[in-house]
Write a protein that binds this ligand. Structure first.
Ligand SMILES: Cc1cc2nc3c(=O)[nH]c(=O)nc-3n(C[C@H](O)[C@H](O)[C@H](O)COP(=O)(O)O)c2cc1C
Length: 136
């Protein structure tokens, strides 16, 4: 499999618009250089991020991310090889609030720990599909 795909969930620490802009701005520049793509779902109660690309680069960037003190409880949910990317056109797509995703109550009740990898990947598959449909 040519690409490694990782999904993790974490709890934002010090979440605000400025923090998010800074994370995304730097992430996009670094990911583009490393041929890494993906999607970051960002709410004040959860980050859910998919990273994909050459295994070595994804592993290196994920290690950096785990050490970042702007979030806590980083939990890896998926790690597998894939034949093709889900977010090939995005250095890091971002999506704010997903009303159809887990609610705050579900997250508090431990949705992150009980979800299967298929359920987690389905969230991103839906986003990737929405993003590829023409607007309007
Ligand atoms: C939720 C979250 C998502 C992040 N996503 C990425 C990313 O996709 N790519 C990346 O290079 N850094 C990402 N970062 C930032 C890294 O943790 C780190 O700050 C960045 O790579 C800069 O590292 P450096 O200062 O050592 O160059 C993310 C941080 C957080 C908190």
């Amino acid at each position: 499999m040519p690409y490694l795909q990782i999904v993790y969930a974490s709890r934002p620490f010090g979440f605000d618009a400025g923090t998010l802009i800074d994370i995304l701005f730097k992430a996009r520049a670094k990911n583009a250089r490393a041929d890494v793509t993906g999607c970051l779902i960002c709410r004040d109660d959860i980050y859910l991020q998919l990273l994909e690309g050459p295994a070595e680069n994804v592993t290196r960037i994920y290690k950096k991310i785990r050490e970042d003190d702007r979030h806590v409880e980083v939990t890896q949910l998926v790690r597998h090889g894939v034949p093709e990317r889900m977010f090939g056109a995005w250095a890091m797509r971002d999506d704010p609030v997903q009303s159809w995703m887990w609610s705050r109550e579900e997250i508090d009740a431990g949705a992150v720990n009980t979800a299967t990898s298929d359920e987690v990947l389905a969230i991103f598959q839906r986003l990737a599909q929405e993003a590829s449909e023409p607007a309007g």
